[in-house]
Design a protein around this ligand. Structure first.
Ligand code: SAH
Length: 223
């Protein structure tokens, strides 16, 4: 490889990305496809330039409006929980809490079509531009309130929620396809559990995947 490129795939960056992948692997992320995706998605382009040197640390970072880009370990674990043992690509996925669009970018090749909902208008616009710039064309970012899901395109084979409500919104269960999965954090700050709910007909199997810490899922939209 030549000298460092302006797109950040330089020597240092390649090494720091490798380090992040090894870290996630030792933290228990097993899916080789997901780890490869973490390696290639340029996380430094989703954060402010002032923070780009920290983009490959396994931490959440501020993205403005009081929100954060999710921790890579959490993005990798949720993506793996959504897709493992499923026929890929999933036909239709709903994501709630677009933020800067990083999780959408990681998920993109595992789905034919992703609808991603963000309640903060400027974040939705910025994520839309970023995904376009990275030539990710199968994600539609919508400014809306994720509590309602997005019934226009339901049912979904996968629903992934990146902010925590106190309880699972009924609308999201209703919009899950037969065999579909919902991966989301639930509970009050400090006591959130990551859940995976699988629908079979009218029964919903619930698995708990561990304690997590997300920003709250808030009602309503903000322009
Ligand atoms: N996964 C994102 C980060 C998510 S942070 C990333 O990779 O950057 C959680 C996001 O959920 C925030 O941007 C917040 O504004 C959004 N959010 C909170 N409540 C919401 C709701 N009801 N509907 C849609 N988005 C919501």
């Amino acid at each position: 490889m030549g000298p460092a490129h302006s797109d950040g795939i330089g020597m240092t960056s390649a090494r720091t990305r490798e380090r992040l992948v090894s870290r996630l692997r030792s933290a228990g992320v097993k899916s080789p496809e997901v780890l490869e995706r973490i390696r290639v998605v340029p996380r430094h382009l989703f954060v402010d330039e002032a923070l780009s040197s920290r983009a490959y640390e396994d931490t959440a970072l501020p993205i403005g409006y009081g929100q954060t880009i999710s921790q890579p370990f959490v993005v990798a674990s949720m993506t793996a929980a959504l897709i493992d043992d499923q026929p890929l690509p999933l036909a239709r996925v709903l994501e709630i809490g677009t933020g800067c669009g990083y999780q959408s970018a990681v998920l993109a090749p595992f789905a034919e079509r992703i609808i991603s909902i963000e309640r903060i208008g400027p974040l939705a616009r910025r994520a839309r531009l970023k995904l376009r710039e990275l030539r990710i064309h199968n994600v539609s970012v919508r400014h809306g309130d994720g509590f309602a899901g997005w019934p226009q395109r339901a049912p979904y084979d996968g629903i992934l929620v990146a902010a925590a409500p106190e309880e699972v919104p009924q609308a999201l269960l209703d919009q899950l396809a037969d065999g579909g999965r919902l991966v989301m954090p639930v509970g009050p700050a400090g006591r959130q559990q990551l859940l995976r709910i699988t629908r079979r007909g009218d029964s919903f199997r619930r698995q708990t995947l561990g304690l997590v810490s997300f920003v709250p899922l808030l009602e309503g939209m903000r322009s």
